[in-house]
Design a protein around this ligand. Sequence first.
Ligand SMILES: NC(=O)c1ccc[n+]([C@@H]2O[C@H](COP(=O)([O-])OP(=O)(O)OC[C@H]3O[C@@H](n4cnc5c(N)ncnc54)[C@H](O)[C@@H]3O)[C@@H](O)[C@H]2O)c1
Length: 321
Amino acid sequence: MRVGIVGLGSISKYWINALESNKDVALVALCDAVNRDATKYPFYEKLDQMLEKEQIDIVLVSTPPSTHLELVRTALLQKKHVIVEKPFSTTLNDLEVCVELAQQNNVILYLAYHSMFGETFLKAKEFILEQLSTGDKIISTTAQCEDDVTKYHSGHSWIFDPAVSGGGALIDCGINILSMLLDILGPLEIESVSIMTPEGYKVERIVDCKFLTKENKPCTMFYDWLSKNTAAGFHTFEFESGISIQYEWITRTIKKLKNGKEEFSMVINSGESDSNIVPMSQEYITMLEDALKHIRKEKTQHLNCDAFYLTMKCYEKATRK
Ligand SMILES: NC(=O)c1ccc[n+]([C@@H]2O[C@H](COP(=O)([O-])OP(=O)(O)OC[C@H]3O[C@@H](n4cnc5c(N)ncnc54)[C@H](O)[C@@H]3O)[C@@H](O)[C@H]2O)c1
């Protein structure tokens, strides 16, 4: 499989590393409208030039969200598989258009959510699934997260411009939190969404969502994206039996409690952080393997659209403060 990347910004180094360390794929070309850092690979300023000159099976899109639709469409129309960075785009309609195009052209459109492939989440998920396999049931879920986005994006970044990003806390990192919740809980129905946009900002800082699972059990997500406290990402799954499984994705800690008393606690030793917060290289390596399974059709055609869909529905439902 021959891969070309479009968008050589801050996240592309993780994709380049993942592609270079996977023996089933070859990175063959790079494209960026502005950034000319490419040295080792043939370089193009436009995606259609890259597709005309290079033989490519998979296009990896890692540009800002408002540019995704045009790039994804161009690649799908040329019957290329597409892996696209989160969030898919800035409107739900863009997703609907592209899902149909992927089907018409018989190619895979893979929406990438790196947090779902973090080792802490994957290990916690094993514990949760093990508990569910005993017949126990999840009765309540909470995700309580905070960090300071300005530590990994400058104040001038496009992420603060809703025309480019689609929004703030919810669509930028909140979508990653939702991807993990959906992966464990399945579809979520929205009960309420409250978002807070600070003065001087055009995008929201805080998002507070209440959902119901398909078993009618509560699930809440609170995320502060401009917090001055120490970054934290607590997810707690409470079971009918009194067991709780909690993971915290920044300290990489997993805890199991019975009626509030700790039964065990472990720290996932997955190497040093390579971003400001978590070790993302491993997440991208595992996510690429997952995308390739879909492209090789080893996994049933599941387009991974749920987190983007839920995010856009949350914006529709939001009360603004
Ligand atoms: N930076 C992060 O921490 C992070 C983490 C996970 C996911 N993402 C996602 O990855 C995507 C890219 O984010 P980033 O932070 O790397 O952005 P960035 O601003 O650092 O880089 C984007 C690059 O895309 C190029 N570009 C823009 N439009 C183009 C076009 N039409 N054709 C060719 N090149 C074009 C720009 O010149 C720029 O070099 C976004 O969807 C973002 O949400 C970012």
